[in-house]
Design a protein around this ligand. Structure first.
Ligand code: PHB
Length: 396
């Protein structure tokens, strides 16, 4: 059996990008449907990164009166850059007048799902997209099916792929799901969640002789930490004691509070930008359009910056019939995407130790870290990128 749904905008993917887009469209009186192949529980429990740029936090406050960004989340005014036995705090407010918020993505998602469902959004979980047609026309159609095998035909005026790095919609924009610009890295992150008090009030990004480590936080009783590992590492292999030894050795000068490890995972690193971000009446946002390595904490922020631009463009197109903003969407989004690609690559290459690093490479890297840490211009450059460049101003 096939059910047909007619709406103005079909959004594939109920991540931060898809949900925020549905809210911004609703604010402009534009109806949409959001479908996601995952269940609500899966979406709410997937552990992802946790840093929000100031603009991202401001946007969440503007669209959601019940956001918990200031209650469950915490403002962070700096990070520590650690290299060997040297360390430098990067103080964001004094350098750039901005801060970031540590607020994990799955908490953001709980807020956004409650917001959209509470406002009557047509939001369907467990719905997988089988194909897309008519992207070049004014009437794209999405063919999807749910867990019971029932078919859904969605007829819209515009289709948005907010469906993550394995995007199905990307094929309708780029011609092929894989077309784009890639970079692989010879390392990954071993991530843990542990039950322990915080070891530091702020994040520590540490470059040590043995490789990189990041000490992050989640709550007074749960912490998130990562260390650089081989991309083929098996998350189940090391014992808890081995994990703690590795982490402790990589943040000399700080004694980590240890505790039971309640989750462990290996995060692959990849930089990717899709060949095209929009074709006809189909556009990509977020991880469907690009992925960045997690070192610069840009992933979710970049997705939301895309959405702010696309929401403007769809308002103009669907309310007044003005095509200019949708025609320039890709170019304007790519300007920020490539800046964020560079920032994420730069933080990654400055802080990690490649397996084939020579003595020259190590000493040059130490020179780079000292340059950034000891110069106000260097610290400001880092603070500006980390806290986020301004969003398009006329948007929300
Ligand atoms: C995290 O807390 O999960 C986190 C923080 C900063 C990053 C990456 C991940 O750069």
């Amino acid at each position: 059996m096939t059910t047909t749904v007619r709406t103005r905008v079909a959004i594939v993917g109920a991540g931060p990008a898809g949900l925020i887009l549905s809210q911004l469209l609703a604010d402009a009186g534009i109806d949409s449907i959001v479908v996601d192949s995952r269940s609500r529980e899966q979406i709410e429990s997937t552990i992802r990164a946790g840093i929000l740029e100031q603009n991202t936090a401001d946007l969440l406050r503007a669209i959601d009166p019940d956001t918990r960004v200031d209650t469950v989340g915490h403002r962070h005014d700096g990070i520590e850059l650690r290299f060997g036995d040297e360390g430098q705090r990067i103080d964001f407010p004094s350098l750039v007048g901005r801060s970031v918020w540590l607020y994990p993505q799955h908490e953001v998602l709980k807020d956004l799902l409650a917001l959209r469902l509470g406002r009557g959004q047509d939001l369907r979980f467990g719905v997988t997209v089988d194909g897309v047609e008519g992207g070049e026309s004014e009437h794209p159609v999405v063919f999807a099916s749910d867990a019971r095998g029932e078919h859904l035909r969605i007829e819209a005026e515009f289709l948005v792929g907010a469906d993550g790095s394995r995007s199905v919609v990307r094929g309708a924009v780029s011609g092929s799901r894989a077309d784009g610009y890639f970079r692989e890295y010879p390392f990954a992150w071993f991530g843990i969640l542990c039950e322990a008090p915080p070891s530091s009030e702020e994040l520590i990004y540490s470059n040590s002789g043995q490789g990189f480590a990041l000490i992050s936080q989640r709550s007074p009783t749960v912490q998130r930490m990562y260390y650089q590992c081989d991309p083929s590492a098996d998350a189940a292999a090391p014992s808890d004691a081995e994990i703690w030894d590795t982490l402790q050795a990589r943040v000399p000068g700080t004694t980590l509070n240890e505790g039971p490890i309640i989750q462990r995972d290996v995060l692959r690193f990849r930089s990717f930008v899709a060949q095209e971000l929009r074709r006809g009446r189909v556009a990509l946002v977020g991880d469907a359009a690009h992925t960045v390595p997690p070192t610069g904490a840009k992933g979710m922020n970049l997705a939301i910056a895309d959405v702010v631009l696309l929401a403007d463009a769809l308002r103009a197109l669907l309310v007044t019939g003005d095509e200019r903003l949708i025609d320039s969407y890709a170019e304007r989004a790519l300007d920020r995407i490539w800046k964020a690609q560079h920032f994420s690559w730069w933080m990654t290459s400055m802080l990690h130790v490649t397996p084939d690093a020579s003595d020259f490479d190590r000493r040059r890297q130490r020179g780079e870290l000292r340059t950034v840490a000891s110069s106000e211009a260097g610290r400001t450059y880092l603070a500006e990128g980390y806290t986020g460049w301004p969003l398009a101003t006329d948007s929300v």
